[in-house]
Ligand binder design. Structure first.
Ligand code: GDP
Ligand code: MG
Length: 184
């Protein structure tokens, strides 16, 4: 499933995490910020990149987060079942300056539900927090949707780094905690 164990030298964990959400909300930039600390102001749709791996330390355990990007498939407003297969965490991203991307969140959640079980760790992410002056979706709206749907919630900026590390780490920690509960 979503984790691997290695003998000698301690355990090793591999968590597959997927990014979903409308096109141009900033999924690829959140990932490149998290995995390489890079931002790309070019608006071209992501093509090709399947996933990036980032090692995170949780309570002294080395965890490999394998984070999947949509490779532009979401322009067709859905991603394939192969994309979700084996995922143990998901970040559902919208753009706080584009209400339509927030309205799409429910549809993305429906798609997620058809492909993944309820144990998947879920984070709702309102990205482009740096564009506060042209915001269309309030933080309260994001928060209350997240509460309704049982999701973690965070507003982020891939541009100025706000909460990017934290958003991914909260999901990774939740996966790790769920796994520990299962083992104990
Ligand atoms: P994706 O289609 O969801 O993967 O979105 P991208 O990562 O390709 O980003 C789409 C556009 O939004 C690009 O022009 C990015 O430079 C821009 N963008 C992404 N994240 C942010 C952010 O946090 N703040 C601002 N101001 N622009 C962003
Ligand atoms: Mg992209």
């Amino acid at each position: 499933m979503g984790q691997e164990h290695e003998g000698e030298g301690g355990e090793e964990y591999l968590f597959k995490i997927v990014l979903i959400g409308d096109s141009a909300v900033g999924k690829s930039n959140l990932l490149s910020r998290f995995a390489r600390n890079e931002f790309d102001s070019n608006s071209k749709a992501t093509i090709g990149v399947e996933f990036q791996t980032q090692v995170v330390d949780i309570d002294g355990k080395e965890i490999k987060a394998q984070i999947w990007d949509t490779a532009g498939q979401e322009r067709f407003r859905a991603v394939t079942s192969a994309y979700y297969r084996g995922a143990v965490g998901v970040l559902i991203v919208y753009d706080i300056t584009r209400r339509t991307s927030f309205d799409s969140v429910k549809r993305w959640l429906d798609e997620l539900t058809t492909h993944c079980d309820t144990t998947v760790a879920r984070m709702l992410v309102g990205n482009k927090y740096d564009l506060e002056n042209i915001r269309e979706v309030s933080a309260e709206e994001g928060k209350s949707l997240a509460e309704e749907e049982g999701l973690f919630f965070m507003e982020t900026s891939a541009l100025d780094c706000t909460n990017v590390q934290t958003a991914f780490e909260v999901v990774i920690r939740e996966i790790y905690n769920n796994l520990s509960k299962k083992i104990l």
